[in-house]
Design a protein around this ligand. Structure first.
Ligand code: SF4
Ligand code: SF4
Length: 346
């Protein structure tokens, strides 16, 4: 990884002019002690990635969200690069329209369906899959909740070597290209699963990124056993570390929930400062913060986003995380699990 030019970095005048008056941390609920539904803070759903005929020229008009102009700024920055092609390659994403739900309902036990769903995902481009009961508290205030009891979360791992080329630059875009391709892959995987479930006569709807969709994916992924929240604000998984992308399928298919997977990543973060030291704009808090009634690791949105935007989505923090190094996460998870067990016995 190239050493980021840290303290010298300054937001461009062009981007500064687009900053909204409302803080992204305020939208996120930083400092709020009461639980409440989340608000979309970035990648609003009315922005252009949802449109089949994306016209970058129309971007400034594309979103009414306060951070819409910044999203558009970022997309315009990548308009002349190969990144644009990836994010507008709609053939390689989930279909915009899912198949009709079959009128013939296939019955099976929840245990068998869960096994079949997981097998299907792992055979259809997913690297991780988990199930949990769908919670209305994950839905954004602007979105309707859905009457579906289960959510299947899908994860796809990114290539570690490519992700060492961070932050992306005009000369070396391989990490940003990897991120885009994996967003498409994990979105495709969700689309395939949703259609497969619908072919069995059950309801299913998919959600992929980077647009916000109806709900937060990270809490659902944590609930279905993908791992723990890291200091960098992303999931740390016991197999793939921090470099994963997520999608989900909400469904009426009877399923069995997975357990959460607590193996000591959170404890590890209290002692580690690799991501906070590597962040060029000091956006990663060294202590947990109160956010909408929950104390957790938090990335300062207002510090991160301008750098993220001008540096093709950055990704330094997840790429430098020691858990992301191939082969390291399973050993670290084992060690931390043993340490945790010893502590609990004391
Ligand atoms: S993505 Fe944001 S938080 Fe992470 S290193 Fe880059 S600027 Fe810092
Ligand atoms: S780099 Fe260290 S502190 Fe940051 S998320 Fe990874 S383990 Fe936690």
């Amino acid at each position: 990884m190239k050493k980021a030019e840290t303290s010298k970095w300054q937001i461009s005048e062009e981007q500064r002019a687009l900053l909204p008056s409302v803080s992204g941390n305020e939208i996120n609920g930083l400092g709020e002690t009461q639980h409440r539904l989340p608000d979309i803070v970035y990648w609003p759903n009315d922005s252009v990635n949802n449109a089949a005929q994306t016209q970058y020229e129309n971007l400034p008009k594309a979103s009414k969200h306060p951070y819409g102009p910044l999203v558009n700024f970022m997309r315009q920055r990548s308009a002349g690069t190969p990144i644009r092609k990836i994010y507008t390659d709609f053939e390689n994403r989930a279909p915009k329209q899912l198949d009709d739900i079959s009128s013939t309902v296939v019955d099976d036990t929840a245990e068998n369906w869960t096994e079949k769903v997981k097998e299907f995902v792992l055979e259809n481009e997913g690297n991780l899959v988990g199930v949990t009961a769908l919670k209305s508290e994950w839905f954004y205030t602007s979105e309707e909740t859905v009457d579906l009891p289960w959510v299947v979360v899908i994860g796809v791992s990114m290539d570690y070597e490519k992700m060492q080329h961070v932050p992306p630059t005009d000369e070396d875009l391989q990490s940003a290209i990897e991120v885009g391709e994996k967003y498409n892959q994990v979105d495709r995987a969700a689309g395939k699963l949703a259609n497969w479930i619908r072919a069995q006569g059950w309801d299913a709807e998919n959600q992929g990124g980077p647009n916000s969709g109806k709900m937060l994916l990270t809490p659902a992924a944590l609930a279905c056993g993908f791992g723990e929240l890291g200091k960098h604000g992303s999931i740390i998984n016991r197999e793939f570390g921090s470099i994963i992308r997520l999608s989900c399928v909400r469904t009426s298919l009877p399923l069995v929930a997975d357990d959460v997977d607590i193996f000591g990543a959170d404890d590890f973060c209290t002692q580690c400062q690799v991501c906070s030291n590597a962040c060029p704009v000091d956006a990663i808090a060294s202590d947990k913060q109160m956010v909408r009634g929950e104390e957790k690791w938090y990335v300062n949105f207002d510090k991160c986003v301008p750098y993220f935007n001008e540096n093709y989505a950055c990704a330094i923090c997840i790429s430098v995380c020691p858990w992301s190094r191939p082969g390291v996460a399973p050993k670290m998870a084992e060690k931390m699990t043993r340490r945790k067990a010893r502590k609990e016995q004391q």
